[in-house]
Unconditional design. Structure first.
Length: 103
């Protein structure tokens, strides 16, 4: 059974985005939330590349993908830095403990 490449990529997009979205909804650990956001964005980047391939604009799709990857990396670094600071201040990475940061 030969499956077309766009179908395989579409399944990968849906699985990455679905896993990331599921983890965003049901995870309370801050580091796991950053990883879930990374999974979700990687699925979207793969969708950009697939859409560019289907439209015949691979160069534009790859440029968009690189731009999104760079921006996503910056968001991940800042999110992990915030998670480390929250861990130092509250002693936990649970999202519910963020209310302890109020004065």
């Amino acid at each position: 059974m030969n499956l077309p490449i766009p179908f395989i990529v579409l399944v990968a997009v849906l699985s990455l985005a679905g896993t990331g979205f599921y983890c965003l909804l049901f995870t309370r650990n801050l580091i796991k939330l950053v990883v879930a956001l990374q999974l979700l964005v990687k699925g979207v980047v793969l969708a950009f590349v697939l859409a560019g391939h289907m439209q015949g604009a691979q160069n534009l799709a790859q440029t968009m993908a690189v731009t999104v990857i760079v921006a996503d990396t910056i968001v991940a670094v800042i999110g992990l830095a915030l998670a480390v600071q929250i861990r130092l201040r509250t002693g936990s990475l649970d999202v519910k403990n963020l209310s302890k940061l109020k004065r």
